[in-house]
Design a protein around this ligand. Structure first.
Ligand SMILES: Cc1ncc(C[n+]2csc(CCOP(=O)(O)OP(=O)(O)O)c2C)c(N)n1
Ligand SMILES: [Mg+2]
Length: 327
C-alpha cells in the first residue's frame, strides 16, 4: 500500500509525540507531579503508529500496561491523558485511573490494562461485536511477549480462529517481560509461529520500521475486514528504558551493548531520514514539527495543572459496582 506524504508526516508526528510525551512523563513523575507507575514505551513507537495508521475510529483496540503510545496513535487527547496522569478530574478516568487505565471509547480505545494478557479476550469480544454489527470494523489487540505465556493468548487465538473473527493480534516482542529475558520464559522465543497452531497467518516484522509494521498491519486488517478471519503479527522491538518507574528510574539490568544496539535502530530518524531522502521533509519542517509537539505538550501540562483533584465525594462514583461498594 503506497502511503501519501500527508499520512507519512502524520505518522512521523505521532511517533515524535509519543516519544516526547514519554520523556516528559518520566520527568514529571520524578518531580512528583504524576502519581502511580509510569511504563514508558520509548523505542517502540513504530508499532502503535504503524498499526493504528490502518484503523478508523470505529475500529477498536485493546492496550497494555505500556499504553501511552497506543492511546496517542489511536488519536487520544493528550490534555486529558496528561490530566489523568496528574490525577485530576479532567483526565480520561476523572483522575482515578492513572496511566494504566486510560480509555476513550469515542476513538475505539478500549483501554490500557494493568493485567498482563487481559486485553486478549476483550479484543476477541470487540471483534465478535464488530462481526455481529457487520459494518466491516476490526479489533486490534496489542500485547507483549510476556502475555504469550498466558492462557488467554491461546484461548483468544483459538476462539478467534474458530469464529473467523475480524481481529489482528499484534505482539510487541521487546525481548523482556519485566526483567526476565524472553528465553527464560519461552521454550520457543519466536511468537509468530504460534499462529500456525490456530490456522491463521503469522508474520514477524521489524517493529522499529514503521513502514514495515504498516505494511503487515494493512494486509492483516484488510483480511479481517473482508471476513477472512484473524492474523498474528510479531513486531520485534525494544524498550529504551526500564520496565516501570515510581519516584525515580530503577537501575538498568540489561546488557549495555544490547541497549545501545537497539537505540541505534531508533524508529523516528529512520522515518524522518527516509522522508528527507524522498524530498517529502526538510530539516526546517522537522524542526517546526518538533516545536509544535513541544507546544502541545506544554499546553497539556497547563491543562492538567489547572484541573482540580477529585473530591472525597467522588471516591465511590464511577466504580464498577457503586451500590455494592456503599453497603
Ligand atoms: C496477570 C499478570 N501477571 C503478572 C503481572 C506483573 N507484570 C506486570 S508487567 C509484566 C511483564 C509484561 O511483559 P510483556 O507482556 O512482555 O510487556 P512489556 O512490559 O515488555 O511491554 C508483569 C509480569 C501482571 N501485571 N499481570
Ligand atoms: Mg515484553
Amino acid at each position: 500500500m503506497t502511503l501519501e506524504a500527508p499520512k507519512l508526516l502524520t505518522m512521523l508526528r505521532d511517533m515524535i509525540m509519543i516519544r516526547e510525551f514519554e520523556e516528559l512523563a518520566m520527568k514529571l513523575r520524578a518531580a512528583g507531579k504524576i502519581y502511580g507507575v509510569v511504563h514508558p514505551c520509548s523505542g517502540q513507537e513504530a508499532v502503535a503508529v504503524g498499526v493504528c495508521a490502518c484503523l478508523t475510529n470505529s475500529d477498536r483496540i485493546t492496550s497494555t500496561h505500556r499504553g501511552h503510545g497506543h492511546c496517542i496513535a489511536k488519536g487520544a487527547d493528550i490534555r486529558r491523558m496528561m490530566a489523568e496522569l496528574f490525577g485530576r478530574v479532567d483526565g480520561y478516568c476523572k483522575g482515578k485511573g492513572g496511566s494504566m487505565h486510560i480509555a476513550d471509547f469515542a476513538i475505539g480505545m478500549l483501554g490500557a490494562n494493568g493485567v498482563v494478557g487481559a486485553g486478549l479476550p476483550m479484543a476477541a469480544g470487540a471483534a465478535l461485536a464488530a462481526q455481529l454489527d457487520g459494518k466491516g470494523d476490526v479489533a486490534v489487540c496489542f500485547f507483549g511477549d510476556g502475555a504469550v505465556t498466558e492462557g488467554e493468548f491461546h484461548e483468544a487465538l483459538n476462539i478467534s480462529a474458530v469464529w473467523k473473527l475480524p481481529i489482528v493480534f499484534v505482539c510487541e516482542n521487546n525481548l523482556y517481560a519485566s526483567n526476565n529475558a524472553i528465553a527464560v520464559q519461552h521454550h520457543i522465543t519466536a511468537v509468530a509461529p504460534h499462529a500456525a497452531g490456530y490456522g491463521m497467518p503469522g508474520v514477524a516484522v521489524d517493529g522499529n520500521d514503521v513502514l514495515a509494521v504498516h505494511q503487515a498491519a494493512s494486509t492483516a486488517v484488510a483480511r479481517a475486514r473482508a471476513g477472512q478471519g484473524p492474523s498474528l503479527i510479531e513486531c520485534n522491538t525494544y524498550r529504551w528504558y526500564f520496565h516501570s518507574m515510581h519516584d525515580k528510574p530503577p537501575p538498568e539490568t540489561r546488557p549495555a551493548d544490547e541497549v545501545a544496539l537497539w537505540k541505534s535502530r531508533d524508529p523516528i530518524p529512520r522515518l524522518s531520514n527516509d522522508l528527507m531522502a524522498r524530498g517529502l521533509l526538510s530539516p526546517a519542517a522537522l524542526q517546526q514539527m518538533r516545536a509544535q509537539v513541544e507546544r502541545e505538550l506544554q499546553a497539556a501540562v497547563t491543562f492538567a495543572d489547572n484541573s482540580p483533584f477529585p473530591g472525597v465525594a467522588d471516591l465511590l462514583t464511577d466504580m464498577y459496582a457503586p451500590d455494592a461498594a456503599r453497603t
